[in-house]
Design a binder for this molecule. Structure first.
Ligand code: UDP
Ligand code: MN
Length: 439
């Protein structure tokens, strides 16, 4: 009887046991190569698709908030209003993800409409606010777009509050960003420090390089395709001066990448889903109630990443960024979780408005996409405790993917005595836990 049982077990092992590991490896590999193939076949989107309103978001990119439109506003130009047979337009779109003809025509400085709520106009700010170092990293940016970013900061920031603008060139390849840029920046002599990376470091490490050269009390990070609005800096500095552990973002208005029209954004807060994809979300009505409502800081579970202000010492105290992250993507969720879980606060200040061009990337960059995935894995393994299963179960192939060494970040979390991810879910972002079966 026992012999028969052993024989049966042996047969079962032959049938299943031997086959399971190779089958598992095959399916795992097949799944990954399927993902890679679909990515590659989509890697170049034609301009024709652009004409059909194809908007390609790289993972981690700042999304476009739903813009408030007035019925009296003039009708938006449609894509077929642009002359796509013009090689300057099409090559500019491929190179920069924006309409280079309009950008050039706007020149090096322009006025944008004041998008602030009327309540903000009456606010007074003390003159003795902390000073700011504005850090702008750029990689292959369109010359005029970059220059308008710098000139808007110079013209719309009180000189005594602007310690300096630190430009970090992340090893750009385009010629006009070399000597020509040096020459043009001479106009703002004294206020600009230009640092050129010897090799491409990616946004995350470039920001840390920029911060390392800063001497202002507050670091303000901006993308290289922004235009600040009136009285943009004072509300940010005032919030930080009251509480140095408060990290604040301006409300990000939209600069259309085709028309360069400046459009006011509604009040929003930043959130993310279980794929760590950042999104804008509507603000709870109780947050904007009362006469001061539309001007009150909005508590935000996450930041979009590109535009924020932080006390310089606090930036170092909470561990700046994760050096092990490449390019960009995921760092915004990482710093948001770190701020909230380790004793800080994160708010959007609606009286501070900065326009941002959401560039339309026509090419997919597989290197970048791989880096973003690895960055996400670093976030979930360091910060999300048992809840990382929700991320990993959505993308099972990632359970086996390497993400480098995170021991330093785990150590940092212990040193800072940060709270649990469960605390973050309970206190800051309960909607994420509720959404576990939906998103
Ligand atoms: N950037 C950089 N190095 C990189 C990638 C991006 O310095 O390897 C800069 C880029 O020029 C921009 C900022 O980082 O000023 C944010 O990048 P991007 O605008 O592409 O991000 P998004 O706004 O789409 O989230
Ligand atoms: Mn950007």
């Amino acid at each position: 009887m026992r012999n028969i049982l052993i024989q049966c077990l042996f047969c079962a092992f032959l049938l299943f046991g031997i086959w399971i590991p190779p089958l598992f490896i095959y399916f795992h590999h097949h799944h990954e190569s399927y993902q890679n193939n679909t990515q590659e076949s989509e890697s170049l989107l034609s301009l024709e698709k652009y004409g059909h309103q194809q908007i390609l978001h790289n993972p981690g990119q700042i999304p476009r908030p739903q813009v408030v439109t007035n019925p009296s506003d003039k009708e938006e130009p449609k894509n077929n209003d642009f002359n796509f047979s013009d090689p300057e337009l099409t090559s500019g779109l491929l190179k920069y993800g924006l309409n280079i003809i309009v950008s050039k025509s706007l020149g090096y400085q322009r006025d944008v409409p004041d998008s602030r709520n009327a309540i903000c106009l009456g606010k007074q700010y003390p003159t003795n606010l902390p000073t700011a170092s504005v850090v702008i990293c750029f990689y292959n940016e369109e010359f005029h777009v970059l220059f308008r970013t710098v000139s808007s900061v110079i013209y719309l920031t009180p000189s005594h509050l602007l310690e300096e603008i630190i430009l970090v060139d992340d090893h750009s390849e385009y010629d006009d960003l070399k000597e020509k840029l040096d020459g043009y920046l001479e106009t703002f002599r004294g206020k600009i420090k230009l640092i050129r990376n010897k090799e491409r470091e990616g946004l995350i490490r470039s920001r840390m390089i920029g911060a390392g050269h800063a001497s202002g009390d507050v670091l303000v990070f901006l993308d290289s395709h922004c235009e600040v609005n009136r009285v943009w800096l004072e509300p940010l500095l005032q919030a930080i001066s009251k509480n140095p552990k408060m990290v604040v973002c301006p409300l990000i208005d939209v600069i259309d990448e085709m028309t360069f029209e400046y459009k006011a954004s509604p009040l929003v807060r930043g959130i993310f889903d279980w794929n760590l994809q950042f999104k804008w979300d509507k603000v709870f009505s109780y947050e904007v109630e009362g006469p001061d409502g539309p001007s009150k800081p909005i508590r935000s579970p996450a930041m979009a990443g590109g535009l924020f202000a932080i006390n310089r010492h606090y930036f170092y105290e909470i561990g700046q960024y994760d050096k092990g992250m490449n390019f960009w993507g995921g760092e915004n969720v990482e710093i948001s979780l770190r701020i909230w879980m380790c004793g800080g606060q994160l708010y959007i200040i609606p009286c501070s408005r900065v326009g941002h061009v959401v560039r339309n990337h026509l090419k997919r960059d597989p290197d970048l996409e791989r880096a973003v995935i690895e960055n996400y894995l670093r976030v979930v393994h360091v910060w999300m405790d048992e809840h990382k299963a929700h991320f990993l179960n959505r993308r099972p192939a990632l359970k086996f993917k390497s993400y480098g060494n995170v021991s330093e970040r785990v150590k940092l979390r212990k040193q800072l005595k940060c709270k649990s991810f469960q605390w973050y879910l309970d206190t800051i972002f309960p909607e994420l836990e509720v959404s576990v079966n939906f998103w």
